[in-house]
Design a protein around this ligand. Structure first.
Ligand code: SF4
Length: 239
């Protein structure tokens, strides 16, 4: 595969990645991932929350035979037991070590300093302390990060480019699955027998921290189980 050329810096200007996005759009997802890894490894880190999309991304990267890269998850200390089990399973199956980016305070320390169940009273602060700040710390020193976000997940993700500049963290953000649908994701998982969180089969299309994730009723928005009863729809990682 011909190595597409990255645009000349500066990259933090509007439209800097438009030409390359047009070319990436014509590629298969697997080729896109291979290109992204070649372009940025080893200064590329793959974010995984071990949701269905992230399992596709992880499996495609492994199957592509592309270079080893850092894989990390934001371990809030409040994930479902099934998610922790899946992390262990993935490490064994793929022979990788997942880096766990953790908050400065564990859950008990947070309760002592800021009161119990902060997620009920102030989920934005809780997400900042347990997800957003650890993400910022983790990304220091990398040139790019790769995520499994899809455009049809939320209104905030509707215009997610395949590759763009993440001004919040000052590095490139690559979203090779951006055009995928929920059906595409589960077709891939089934076809390639990729392990996934069993909660997806119990009414949880989107899985985050245990206290803030409920099953979704019937045909409701797949992310309606996150922060139910609150205006919040994003933890702040992808805003
Ligand atoms: S999802 Fe809930 S528990 Fe997890 S960090 Fe955010 S507010 Fe806290």
């Amino acid at each position: 595969m011909e190595l597409l050329r990255l645009p000349e810096p500066p990259w933090d200007v509007p439209g800097a990645f438009d030409p390359i996005n047009a070319q990436l759009d014509l590629m298969t997802t697997l080729d896109r991932i291979i290109w992204m890894v070649r372009a940025f490894a080893p200064k590329l880190t793959l974010a995984s929350s071990f949701g269905a999309e992230d399992m596709v991304l992880l499996d495609m990267w492994i199957q592509s035979g592309a270079a080893p890269i850092d894989v990390f998850c934001l371990d809030t200390g409040l994930l479902f037991p099934q998610t922790y089990d899946l992390i262990d399973e993935v490490q064994k199956k793929y022979g990788i070590q997942v880096h766990r980016a953790t908050p400065k305070l564990d859950v008990s320390q947070q309760a002592l300093q800021l009161g119990t169940n902060l997620w009920e009273r102030d989920p934005d602060t809780c997400c900042r302390l347990r997800k957003v700040d650890p993400l910022s710390r983790h990304l220091v020193g990398y040139q790019a990060w790769m995520t499994g976000i899809r455009r049809d997940q939320t209104v905030h993700r509707r215009h997610a480019p395949l590759i763009g500049w993440d001004s919040a963290h000052n590095l490139v953000k690559a979203n090779p699955l951006a055009p995928w649908t929920y059906t595409d994701v589960f077709d891939y998982l089934e076809r390639h027998r990729v392990p996934f969180n069993p909660l997806h089969l119990q009414g949880y299309p989107s899985i985050g921290c245990q206290p803030c994730t409920q099953p979704v009723i019937d045909d409701h928005d797949p992310r309606s189980g996150r922060w139910q009863g609150k205006e919040k729809t994003e933890c702040g990682l992808h805003l």
